[in-house]
Design a protein around this ligand. Structure first.
Ligand SMILES: [Zn+2]
Length: 260
């Protein structure tokens, strides 16, 4: 397909220096999903698009898009930086992880449809100061399908029951009702609240959310359950996620005081 010069909406995912004067900028676009852009002269002083290609910037750009080759930004129209994502270490870490996860979940050069708005809404909520772990947990549940894991969250995979007490089974790839817990001794043994949140997250449209608050214990259980599912069923362990885990360990160490 020939290159076409067209407007698109984009979120800057990451930036790295390339050659002496240029940068390679990965952008999540509404038109062709994640895509790599070569920005010529980006490392020169007074480069006119410098502010438009900083990480965690979103906006409207015009570029030469090509589904299978390098892309070029011609100009930026309106851009806006998510300030809080740059300043706050927690928000920054989760937003970085979210974008790395999205980068893994989708192929470069392919449109991602409504996912673009969902990712945009997630970043906006984190930028607004909502709990970044919970926002990211929502996307983690929803992105499972992109990694080939399709949990049945609607009802028990064996009998179709959907009102009884439920637990998640990796072996069955979905929920088991209390009557069928004996079918899988390795079910995750999750509490009812955690299971309810996982089910709720599976279909939650983040564009319709203003505020999410989850109790600390349930947050820990959600973190545990999703780490388990991503470790066992997806087999994904991202660098940006390891950083988040480290921060949690440091937090815990600070609370415990010096080791004795
Ligand atoms: Zn059942």
């Amino acid at each position: 397909m020939a290159r076409t010069n067209e407007p698109f909406e984009g979120i800057i995912m990451n930036v790295r220096n390339y050659r002496e004067r240029d940068q390679l900028v990965k952008i999540l676009t509404d038109k062709i999903g994640p895509a790599m852009f070569l920005v010529l002269g980006a490392r020169r002083k007074n480069f006119k698009l410098a502010a438009d290609i900083l990480p965690f910037t979103h906006g409207r750009y015009v570029g030469w898009l090509s589904p299978d080759k390098l892309n070029y930004i011609v100009t930026a129209q309106e851009t806006h930086q998510f300030r809080h994502l740059g300043d706050d270490i927690d928000a920054n870490a989760y937003a970085t992880y979210l974008l790395e996860l999205v980068d893994r979940a989708f192929d470069d050069g392919h449109a991602i449809g409504a996912w673009f708005d969902q990712v945009m809404a997630a970043l906006q909520l984190i930028d607004d100061g909502q709990d970044p772990q919970i926002v990211v947990n929502v996307l983690e549940v929803q992105l499972l399908i992109r990694f080939g894991v399709m949990p049945e969250w609607r009802h028990c995979v064996i009998c179709g029951e959907n009102t009884k007490l439920m637990d998640y089974s990796e072996a069955y790839g979905g929920l088991l009702c209390v009557n069928h817990w004996d079918q899988d001794p390795h079910r995750l043994h999750l509490d009812a609240k955690t299971v309810n949140y996982l089910r709720f997250f599976a279909t939650l449209n983040l564009q319709q959310v203003n505020q999410i608050q989850v109790a600390p214990l349930v947050k820990r259980n959600l973190r545990w359950a999703l780490d388990k599912i991503y470790g066992d069923q997806v087999g994904l362990r991202l660098k940006s996620k390891r950083f988040i885990d480290q921060m949690a360990e440091w937090d815990q160490a600070l609370k415990n005081g010096p080791e004795k």
